[in-house]
Design a protein around this ligand. Structure first.
Ligand code: PRP
Ligand code: MG
Ligand code: ZN
Length: 213
């Protein structure tokens, strides 16, 4: 059996450290020095790819990577055709709507006719439709929380973890539209050998999780 599992994890960001830690706790050893974007495990038929988190669902859908560790927020927003095979319990966060602290806010209807800056246009659009709110969605790729204070939008929809980014940008959280944590996603086109490796890996992950509880 010459199958190998290519596992994509976030290169740098909120999930990186815990993703690496999980792989190591599963007993998989690899060298990740020198800023290499791909590394081979030494004691398990796996390769680790270090990618931007937003790109991971697409790589997994295409089968370029067989597995990926991403936030559910990123996976859901991407709408890629992948299997979510396990919840990993770390990088918990929420996707929330925030408005300027001094702004009066009574409920989601207050967003009617407003503009909202976000990196998550699909999830936001779905939420607004479910609540019969018509708002203008401004898609921007980062530093979303600055938008209201510079007059770019009336509100934001972005990831909140500790809440410190909202706070330091003069915003308050008014609606939570999605709760998220890190998940393992898998390609729908694994070979039987890769499926067997995935099962082994999931068994190890579950053992690690049980040991922690
Ligand atoms: C999110 C979000 C904020 C920050 C909020 O970014 O865009 O910048 O986290 O966290 P806090 O509530 O603890 O301050 P994320 O880590 O998802 O990175 P990315 O948007 O650059 O991918
Ligand atoms: Mg990102
Ligand atoms: Zn962000």
């Amino acid at each position: 059996m010459n199958d190998i599992l290519r596992i994509a994890i976030q290169k740098s960001g909120r999930l990186s450290e815990d993703s690496l830690k999980l792989i190591k706790e599963c007993g998989i050893r690899f060298d990740n020095g020198g800023g290499k974007l791909k590394t081979a495990a030494t004691n398990f038929p796996a390769e680790i790819l270090f990618l931007r988190d937003d790109d991971i669902p697409g790589y997994v859908e295409d089968g370029v990577a067989h597995l990926g560790i991403v936030g559910e927020n990123v996976s859901e927003e991407s709408d890629r055709d992948v299997d979510t095979v396990h919840k990993l319990g770390f990088s918990k966060c929420r996707l929330s709507i925030g408005v300027l602290r001094e702004q009066e806010y009574h409920g989601v209807k207050d967003l009617d006719g407003k503009s909202i800056a976000t990196t998550y246009p699909r999830l936001l659009d779905k939420y607004l439709k479910e609540h019969n709110v018509t708002a203008q969605i401004h898609e921007i790729s980062g530093s979303v929380e600055i938008a209201p204070s510079i007059g770019l939008a009336d509100a934001v929809c972005d990831i909140v973890s500790s809440g410190s980014t909202l706070l330091s940008n003069g915003l308050k959280e008014v609606e939570t539209i999605f709760r998220s944590e890190a998940v393992m996603i898998a390609s729908k086109h694994l070979s039987p050998g890769q499926q067997e490796l995935l099962d082994q890996l999931l068994f190890r992950i579950k053992s690690v999780q049980v040991a922690k509880n």
